[in-house]
Design a protein around this ligand. Structure first.
Ligand SMILES: Nc1ncnc2c1ncn2[C@@H]1O[C@H](COP(=O)(O)OP(=O)(O)OP(=O)(O)O)[C@@H](O)[C@H]1O
Length: 713
């Protein structure tokens, strides 16, 4: 056990490549199984609320008749084992009686056969019903949770969305698995109750029938209560083994689709192979099995030996009973006792396995309901203002004032401030340019100005009111942000632009504005090029190549992939051809993607509701002409908006700027217009001159070999 630098309530252990940190148990000296029973009690108490909510949710999405049939089928599945035991005991009984009497009667044999056939038919009908109903129920649950998770994602604010600890921990398939686990556990409980009922009933005629029942379930009960299960504890686990982390890094490097280009061009194949083999050798003998499997690993076999011996108790019991009271036992009774013991043991062991999954899924579900499910939470908006809140704000750009604003990224180990005590005012409708070296905090400042993050200290005032006094969504609706991280959505080219103004009604006006936005963003050419491309495979049944026509607007840029293929045998050539062409990602260059993203921003700017436009280095992949055109077009839209540009190439912009903010190491070192800052001969002057001299400085004539371009006549 390692407990370095941990709070006293936590304890750590290193197993395999993992460090597991978990809540320290309240007391080390407990009766065996007491802790497990307590955990079960806690789990049942806490999950009952989740179960009520889960079934309440599902009653709204699943047809009540189908749901009832589904539950009834589960009930029958639960009863099946006990029914089988009951029938088998009757069958064995009548067969034994007829043999003992020496005259097997046909009626008795038919009776026995009839019961067996009846059970077999019931079992297959239950299975058939299950396979019919299950897919409908499964889809209903998955779609229901998809919509809930979608909503939870949409409601999450930017800051918490970035934190590891607040990731939405459940996906729709796990939600279904959770539901399925609940029903499987209920099946098993039905099964256990009915089997114990059978044992008690069966052994009523035997002496010490209850004792036999207890002996049957002694091993499985010990197994359940004595097994350590990581999933019912509060824990985190991570790799502390450097070689293993290296191994995983090399694997990720080799298999990551985005790395292929660099692997080929840098010739990294041998390097990766060598490093992987080296790390793999260092990992020899160290296990990376899942922490939950390693946690339950026992140090000595004594517990297994005891458990196995406990499993033999029923047989020891009836061997002794046979000798001590032979008249009480028949072959049929012995066979039934043996079968009952095996059946009960199997059911209890299944409970032990299900217990792990059940608590794991239920805890995920509970966390989801408590932390992410926003359907029942109503944000109180009474005290907050809608932006813009008055006539003046509606006609002018946003006024932003920062007072002593400092910031450090939440959830990061470093407490270093990324922005330090910033104070400045950006007047309404001003054109602002933020400059500074890499890592000086420009993009972070933009995230605060656009309300994505809240300051760690200090206040941001928007039109004289603290930014926190506005409803966040109204501030977002009044802002447009164009950044270097150009996101292209899995929708058509047209929608990739119109989505910039989601409130715009569908119709001719919307299409006209989209086309105007594409012109201003410089995306028209790319859209037409996509439209003119040949498409080899379009939809069902058309394998011939054809020209799609001019309608690049309706082409989906990066369709969501739904394709599924066999692994073995691999799809043949014909299937491969189709596979390569369906849901194909459109080839857009980096610059074209940036133009599309810029067009989306123009759509937003043209909506008339934007009071703040922030443009953070959106032209890294654009050609100089495209960049100049984009900046000019953006500037032409500045009326009624405060416009903020972040750029390293300030030539195009700073001469128009009302204010230039010059950042260094998270501090605002200078502010003013171009002439004022040049006169200061400080940081801005230095940065500006580095760029200016790049074009004016002469190269030493001897240092560069001349290149001969030969022309082929
Ligand atoms: N999501 C994040 N979490 C933690 N730290 C961050 C995060 N994003 C940026 N930082 C840190 O904040 C500092 C400022 O980064 P920022 O991106 O704001 O600089 P920048 O001036 O925009 O840089 P560049 O010119 O390279 O775009 C950097 O030291 C960076 O490491």
């Amino acid at each position: 056990m390692k407990s370095d630098n941990l709070p006293p309530s936590l304890t750590a252990m290193d197993i395999g490549v993992w460090r597991i940190i978990l809540e320290r148990p309240k007391s080390y000296f407990t009766i065996p199984g007491k802790q497990t029973l307590q955990l079960w009690k806690d789990t049942i108490t806490s999950v009952s609320g989740v179960l009520v909510q889960l079934f309440h949710d599902l009653s709204g999405v699943i047809n009540p008749w189908i749901f009832t049939a589904f539950l009834f089928t589960h009930f029958l599945i639960g009863m099946e084992r006990a029914l089988r035991l009951l029938v088998e005991s009757r069958v064995l009984d009548v067969i034994e009686q007829s043999f003992m009497s020496g005259s097997p009667r046909l009626s008795v044999i038919s009776y026995a056969l009839g019961w067996r056939i009846g059970i077999a038919i019931l079992s297959s009908v239950v299975d058939w019903t299950m396979t019919r109903i299950r897919p409908t129920i499964k889809s209903a649950i998955i779609h229901h949770f998809q919509s809930r998770i979608l909503e939870a994602n949409l409601q999450q604010d930017f800051s918490s969305h970035q934190e590891n600890s607040s990731k939405i921990t459940i996906n729709p398939f796990q939600a279904y698995a959770c539901f399925s686990e609940v029903l499987d556990t209920v099946d098993l409980i039905f099964s256990i109750v009915s089997q114990i009922g059978f044992v008690l009933n069966f052994s009523r005629n035997q002496d010490q029938g209850l004792l036999f029942a207890i002996l049957c379930i002694a091993k499985p009960i010990m197994n359940v209560v004595g097994t350590e299960n990581l999933w019912d504890k509060t824990f985190i686990a991570y790799s502390t083994n450097a070689a293993y982390s290296r191994l995983m890094a090399m694997y990720a490097l080799a298999t990551g689709k985005q790395n292929k280009q660099e692997i080929l061009t840098c010739g990294l194949e041998d390097y990766i192979r060598k490093e992987y083999t080296h790390a793999s050798k260092e990992c020899e003998g160290v296990t990376d099995d899942h922490p939950s499997m390693l946690y339950g690993r026992k140090t000595t076999p004594s517990k297994d030996v005891i458990l196995e011996l406990m499993g033999e108790l029923p047989i020891i019991y009836y061997i002794f009973s046979c000798f001590s009271r032979p008249s009480k036992f028949s072959i049929a009774t012995l066979a039934m006792l043996h079968q009952t013991a095996a059946s009960l043991r199997w059911t209890f062991e299944s409970i032990a396995i299900h217990n792990t999954h059940f608590t794991q899924y239920m805890n995920k579900m509970r966390y989801f309901y408590e932390h992410h499910d926003t359907s029942s939470k109503e944000e109180s908006k009474e005290e907050l203002f809608v932006y813009p809140s008055n006539e003046k704000e509606q006609h002018e750009g946003m006024e932003i004032k920062l007072k002593n604003v400092s910031f450090h990224y939440p959830g990061t180990p470093s407490t270093k401030l990324v922005l330090k005590s910033l104070s400045f005012t950006l007047p309404p409708s001003s054109l602002v340019v933020i400059v500074g070296s890499n890592g000086s905090g420009k993009s972070t400042l933009v995230k605060l100005l656009t309300n994505l993050y809240k300051p760690s200290s200090g206040t941001i005032y928007i039109d004289s009111k603290p930014s926190t006094s506005y409803i966040s969504s109204s501030l977002f609706r009044s802002s447009a942000l164009l950044t270097q991280d150009h996101n292209i959505f899995p929708v058509s080219m047209l929608e990739n632009i119109t989505i910039g103004d989601p409130d715009c009604e569908k119709g001719e006006e919307k299409t006209r504005r989209a086309k105007e936005s594409a012109r201003l963003g410089g995306a028209i050419e790319a859209i037409e090029k996509i439209g003119a491309k040949k498409c080899e495979y379009e939809g069902e049944g058309t394998s011939a190549s054809k020209t799609v026509g001019e309608d690049g607007w309706n082409k989906i840029v990066q369709p969501v992939q739904s394709i599924i293929s066999s692994h073995w045998p691999m799809p043949n050539e014909n299937l491969k051809e189709i596979m390569d062409n369906v849901e194909k990602q459109l080839d857009l260059s980096g610059g074209e993607k940036q133009r599309l993203a810029a067009s989306r921003t123009f759509m937003r700017l043209l909506s008339g509701s934007t009071k703040l436009a922030v443009v953070d280095e959106p032209t890294s992949a654009m050609d100089p002409e495209g960049e100049l055109q984009l900046f000019n077009n953006l500037r032409s839209m500045r009326h009624g908006k405060t416009m903020i540009f972040v750029t390293h190439r300030f030539g195009h912009l700073t001469k128009y700027a009302d204010i230039i903010l010059c950042m260094k190491d998270g501090e605002l070192v200078e502010s003013g217009n171009h002439l004022e800052l040049m006169e200061k001969k400080g940081e801005y002057h230095k940065l500006y001159n580095i760029q200016a001299t790049a074009f004016t400085e002469r190269l030493p004539s001897t240092s560069v070999p001349s290149i001969v371009v030969s022309s082929h006549e």
